[in-house]
Design a protein around this ligand. Structure first.
Ligand code: MF3
Ligand code: CO
Ligand code: CO
Length: 260
């Protein structure tokens, strides 16, 4: 499939969907407390997307995925299925929200801590965020996909963490997953050259231990093979004439976001 360059109007439609997904992440943040189940978080997100936002939760029914968000806890890498598990103090989790609005997709995810995280969990979460942001900062016309991957990999590995290889970012627009694939590792100057109008996600999955993963019997949940903690953040971005536009970016000041 060739890479579809998006027009300014199309990018605004993807921004609208992305901002709805960001709103869901924000709505859930105060609800991530000890005793709540991941299914309860799913129910709140589902209701908000369908009844308030007039959108469609993209994961529900996607290749048979049964829920409206993904919730990946502790050593779960991605695609965790919301369920009866109650959150406990010390848990960390990723919530991944994808909203379809008027046919356009927006995809973003964030990390959450229940109570007080361990020092190691907190460091992993912070380094993974920094890795994503370094990847985003590498985005501009003329840069390559290898520049993005390298920036992410270097940031994670410098702290002794590892980059998951089997899952990657992706183009998106009228489809959930389009070309190009955005690898979270690579070499500077290698791979496809970026052009204005490309829209894709950057969503590194970083493990505190080894990079190897395995798929659980539920057919969805990806976990670290060595059971080490794993973190992920995700933004939807557009390549502009001069640099990058974070379509799922949160306009609120840091103090209001509940993260420092
Ligand atoms: N939102 C995920 C991504 O970032 C994809 C979830 S697909 C699902 O690409 F089927 F697992 F929900
Ligand atoms: Co994605
Ligand atoms: Co996602």
């Amino acid at each position: 499939m060739p890479i579809e360059l998006k027009t300014a109007e199309e990018i605004e439609a993807i921004r609208t969907a992305s901002q709805l997904a960001t709103e869901v992440l924000n709505l859930l943040r105060p609800l991530v407390v000890a005793g709540v189940t991941t299914e309860e978080l799913n129910a709140v997100a589902h209701r908000h997307i369908t009844e308030v936002q007039g959108g469609v939760p993209a994961t529900l029914g996607y290749h048979g995925f049964p829920k409206s968000i993904c919730t990946s806890l502790n050593h779960q890498v991605c695609h965790g299925i919301p369920g009866a598990r109650k959150l406990v103090n010390g848990d960390m989790l990723n919530i991944d929200v994808t909203v379809i609005k008027e046919g356009w997709f927006g995809d973003t995810s964030a990390m959450y801590c229940v109570g007080t995280p361990s020092i190691r969990a907190r460091r992993l979460i912070e380094v993974t965020y920094e890795a994503m942001m370094r990847g985003i900062e590498a985005v501009r016309p003329g840069a390559t996909l290898g520049d993005i991957g390298h920036a992410i990999q270097k940031t994670a590995e410098a702290q002794g963490f590892s980059v998951v290889r089997e899952y990657c970012g992706h183009g998106l627009g009228r489809n959930f997953h389009e070309d190009p694939q955005i690898l979270h590792y690579g070499k500077p100057g290698e791979g496809l050259r970026l052009e204005p109008g490309m829209v894709f996600t950057i969503e590194p999955m970083i493990n505190a231990g080894k990079r190897e993963i395995k798929l659980l019997n539920d057919g969805w949940t990806v976990v670290t093979k060595d059971h080490s903690l794993s973190a992920q953040w995700e933004h939807t971005v557009a390549v502009t004439e001069t640099g990058v536009d974070i379509l799922s970016g949160d306009a609120r000041p840091a103090a209001m976001r509940g993260v420092d």
